[in-house]
Design a protein around this ligand. Structure first.
Ligand code: 9WN
Length: 421
């Protein structure tokens, strides 16, 4: 397809997945508003309709819980094509039926990008209205996903990381007792090839974690204390650190000095804390199972997000450039979600190998900001080639470039429009 045709196709996907102010990831497979999907989608809309871009994020924040959490899914209307729906989550924390945990907090960064790119003259006003909500969400993350003040952010569920069946979760997930789930019917495997989705053993445990949190009424303090899964995630940690830097820039721009001081404290603590995720054997940041006190041993695409988080000291940058070049020798398209030299790598099984466009966008931003324009451009060019050959798929094989998972996918379209094209 020619470049201009792809632009048109990407816009058409966003428009078709638009439900009247918020966008679903793709029809059938994911029929609700997902948190980080929506935020990336705003970047796509901003290319042709900035007002609509703001609306996407404002509608996401309509679902914010009283305790500050912004849920990973908002169930604005019931749709039996997705499981688990609102009944399984059993939450009561906010104004819109929702799931019970969050997702990677990219919103502050995207709000900052929208302000920088503004053509409407209304951006600062809209950012100002969102700022207290962003602050509340970030405070929630620090209070309940880093209760011991380690300076790293944990996830209480693989779904909270946005990277569901990542090998980093395997060991911690195996330790979750399967209970209180009863018989259930998955819907994902009827929409897409089961060979590309998480296994049943994973799903049993995903649902067991939901059941355990439901039992404590999704009380955030009790969840942090008792949830059977509590793993510090380099993905959420680096996205959050970056989001804090962007939030700080917004607070400064808006003259909110008390907030700016508070955020500076968070950034300092996280710059220090992130060091605990560094695995000196693999020479990268990895996950850390807080319940068992154990680091994982694999490099994921999120390891590269250290640069996006602003951690580009010579040791980190040099190590990541080395891994980048090694991985580039092993696969045709960067960046696989897991190290192809690791025993757990699977090129087509969801987060165990495939390439995701929005992750490439963030990794490339990090390389560019660290002064490495060549590797940043390689990521952009690979993402463009993938979309040109595989279409606007959910994710892609790093080996063949084949598009996989759901089709007509919103965030892939948005990333094309904002960066890859
Ligand atoms: C569970 C919507 C979401 C993404 C996640 C991706 C996948 C859901 C699922 O789809 O997760 O949240 O049912 O598999 O892993 O990153 O936000 O696109």
């Amino acid at each position: 397809m020619a470049h201009a045709d792809l632009d048109q196709a990407a816009k058409a996907i966003l428009t078709e997945n638009d439900q009247g102010g918020y966008t679903i990831p793709t029809k059938g497979l994911y029929p609700y508003q997902w948190n980080w999907d929506s935020v990336f989608v705003a970047l796509g809309f901003a290319e042709f309709d900035q007002d609509r871009a703001w609306q996407e994020i404002e509608m996401l924040f309509q679902g914010q819980w009283r305790d500050g959490m912004v849920p990973h899914i908002l169930f604005r209307k019931d749709d039996p094509s997705y499981f688990p729906g609102p009944g399984v989550w059993g939450t009561d924390g906010g104004p819109i039926p929702s799931s019970g945990h969050s997702q990677p907090p990219v919103a502050a960064s995207v709000v900052h990008s929208l302000v920088e790119a503004d053509r409407t003259g209304k951006a600062l006003e809209r950012a100002k209205a969102l700022l207290p909500k962003l602050m509340a969400w970030h405070r929630w993350y620090l209070a309940y996903r880093d209760p011991k003040n380690l300076g790293v952010i944990a996830v209480i569920h693989p779904w909270e990381s946005g990277r569901d069946n990542l090998p980093d979760w395997d060991e911690a997930l195996r330790a979750v007792e399967v209970k209180d789930i009863g018989p259930y019917e998955r819907k994902d495997t009827s929409h897409v090839d089961p060979a590309m989705r998480p296994h049943k053993e994973d799903y049993d445990r995903y649902l067991s974690i939901v059941a355990a949190c439901r039992k404590v009424g999704w009380d955030p303090e009790k969840v942090a204390e008792t949830c059977p899964f509590f793993v510090a995630d380099p993905g959420v940690t680096f996205i959050f650190l970056r989001a804090n830097r962007d939030l700080l820039a917004l607070a400064e721009k808006l003259g909110m000095s008390a907030e700016a001081d508070e955020i500076r404290g968070w950034i300092a603590a996280m710059e220090k804390g992130s060091r605990t995720l560094w695995n000196d054997e693999v020479k990268a940041h990895v996950a850390f199972d807080e319940r068992r006190g154990k680091q994982t041993d694999g490099i994921s695409s999120a390891s590269f997000l250290a640069l996006y988080a602003g951690l580009h000291d010579p040791q980190t940058l040099g190590a990541l450039q080395g891994h980048f070049d090694r991985i580039a020798e092993r696969v045709e398209y960067l960046m696989p979600s897991y190290d192809p030299d690791h025993r757990s790598y699977e090129p087509l099984r969801y987060w165990r190998g495939p390439v995701w466009a929005m992750i490439n966008y963030m990794i490339a931003k990090g390389f560019a900001e660290a002064g490495d324009a060549v590797r940043a451009e390689r990521l952009r060019a690979d993402t463009a080639r993938l979309i040109e050959t595989g279409g606007f798929a959910e994710y892609f094989s790093p080996e063949t470039g084949a598009g996989a998972g759901g089709g007509s996918f919103s965030w892939t379209s948005a990333i094309w429009l904002t960066w890859a094209s």
